[in-house]
Ligand binder design. Structure first.
Ligand code: PEP
Ligand code: MN
Length: 328
């Protein structure tokens, strides 16, 4: 909210009153008028009327949002009957980094479903740093994945890597993923929006929260029925974990902006022994769910083996996270 002061009012006195009500306050003055930009944390319920009664306040107004559709979206997105964003029921998106073969994806879908996941993840089109690395099996992998998911009552989340893949991916997927390397590929965002499916929008490695939200605005303004934001780690200065999981931004999206946000601890850390601790932290911070890479033979995985959780460990992990979400 923008709190504008009466002429001659003491900005410090008003600032103290705002802070005393538990608000975050930053100055917002343009020379002619003095104002405070005020953000209300989730735990603090204050009304505009309450603020307008503070001595020295002339008016209280909501600033226009630079991403009105994202601001209006609400905290829950429906993915073919699975509500993502209902806090007490976390959503689990599990599966391999890449869809490697028909047999493997069928076997894994059975285990992922038995462990309590609602969605099968996996790439048919893989964004790889090296052009010589495995690029994904393409359309045939989409077909395998869809049939495996349907057989085991799972939704499909998979990435559209380029504009040319969008139509095909949207045919097979319930939730179309935009990868972190493509978060600001605006032509792709427009094409994915036009496909009319809900979207999982991964945060780019060096994107600010505002840039991430504006990428979501591209999707919604071009027709996407809903956007789920996915924090997967930003690039830090220390390569010890693969990336730097920014849980502050997860809490900001979940609690202040009231948006559906999930966390991918697999790409965030690059190592399977940190996936569960960071999944717990993610749920604690307000994530509506987690995306966990799973592989039944991680040593032979065609990509990201070191971060894949064996399915045998998945059930216990998901049970624990569900129990935790119910208590928080
Ligand atoms: C993925 O989820 O398969 C992936 C490539 O993730 P990211 O875009 O976050 O690197
Ligand atoms: Mn991966």
């Amino acid at each position: 909210m923008i709190v504008t002061l009466r002429q001659g009012a003491d900005p410090d006195a008003v600032r103290k009153e705002l802070i005393a009500r538990g608000l975050w306050v930053s100055p917002l003055s343009d020379g002619a008028r003095v104002a405070h930009y005020v953000v209300s944390p989730a735990s603090t319920a204050v009304s505009a009327e309450d603020l307008s009664r503070i001595d020295g306040v002339a008016s209280v107004a909501a600033p226009p949002s630079p991403h009105p559709r994202v601001s209006a979206q609400g905290p829950v997105v429906d993915v073919r009957g699975v509500a993502v964003g209902a806090a007490a029921r976390p959503v689990f998106m599990c599966g391999p980094c890449a869809i490697e073969s028909e047999e493997r994806v069928f076997a894994l879908a059975a285990k992922v479903s038995a462990a309590g996941a609602q969605m099968l993840r996996g790439g048919a089109y893989k964004p790889r740093t090296s052009p010589y690395a495995f690029q994904g099996h393409g359309e045939v992998a989409l077909r395998w994945m869809r049939r495996a998911a349907d057989t085991h009552g799972l939704r499909v989340v998979t990435e559209a890597l380029g504009e040319g893949d969008v139509g095909l991916v949207a045919e097979y997927a319930d939730l179309v993923q935009v990868g972190s390397r493509n978060m600001q590929n605006f032509a792709l965002l427009k094409a994915v929006g036009r496909a009319g499916r809900p979207v999982l929008l991964k945060r780019a490695m060096a994107a600010t929260v505002e840039e991430w939200l504006l990428a979501g605005e591209y999707l919604l303004s071009h027709g996407a029925p809903g956007v789920i934001f996915c924090e997967r780690g930003i690039r830090g200065f220390d390569p010890s974990p693969r990336n730097l999981l920014d849980l502050g931004s997860v809490a900001l999206l979940a609690h202040v902006y009231k948006l559906p946000v999930v966390v991918d601890p697999s790409h965030a850390t690059g190592r399977r022994d940190l996936v569960l601790p960071l999944s717990r932290a993610a749920i604690g911070a307000g994530a509506a769910g987690v995306m966990i890479e799973t592989h039944d033979d991680p040593g032979c995985a065609l990509s990201d083996g070191p971060q894949a959780l064996p399915p045998g460990e998945l059930r216990g992990a998901l049970d624990g996270l569900r129990a935790m979400a119910r208590c928080s």
